[in-house]
Design a protein. Structure first.
Lengths: 120, 120
């Protein structure tokens, strides 16, 4: 049931903008809880890279006096990866196109992360 | 001379906005080339964490089909760290306050990164 509700939140998120290509909810230890991904993206790979980035992001935020980690954004020339804590035990990872409007993505992702945090 | 010109670009960058707290230019292997940091931030620590984040960011961008890495942004509850390639051999790392206006920071950092890339 919960997995279906998570998937439904992700489908809705992916539908809010044509710029969002994929999304997934991942436990902080890197295991996938729900995902709506295109065929070229592997669930395990998304989970593993999200967990690794968050772990190093946590440490960087601490070492550089930035407080508790909330978000990591990666920009490549072919698009974005945005990782956002959804509560303390899960992370919402979203992939977006290179020309995405970041302000809108941040807003939609924040709302989805709050819904996910309320479910878990 | 070059170090002084880099430091001058960083001082100017830190001066463009009260939201920018610190900045540094780091070689892609993590060695500091120039820095304008407050006393509570250690040069070696900024260099090491920047190099580690960029290395994992490169790999994440590749594994998740985001192309060549351009930027990594970390948001903590006490502020931001923004790492931006300045050419292929150096990285501009900037630390900003939690309520910083990201659009302005991105713009100023992009300009500074272009100046730095032209110098190195």
């Amino acid at each position: 049931m919960r997995a279906e509700m998570l998937t439904s939140i992700l489908s809705e998120l992916n539908g809010t903008s044509a710029d969002i290509e994929a999304s997934g909810v991942i436990s902080t230890d890197g295991l996938m809880m729900a995902a709506v991904l295109p065929q070229n993206l592997d669930e395990d790979r998304v989970g593993a890279m999200s967990a690794a980035m968050l772990s190093l992001g946590d440490r960087t935020a601490q070492e550089l006096a930035r407080g508790a980690l909330e978000q990591v954004l990666i920009k490549g020339d072919k698009g974005y990866v945005l990782m956002t804590y959804a509560g303390k035990e899960a992370v919402l990872t979203v992939m977006a196109k290179p020309n995405a409007k970041l302000g809108l993505i941040f807003l939609d992702v924040k709302r989805a992360a709050e819904s996910i945090a309320g479910l878990i």
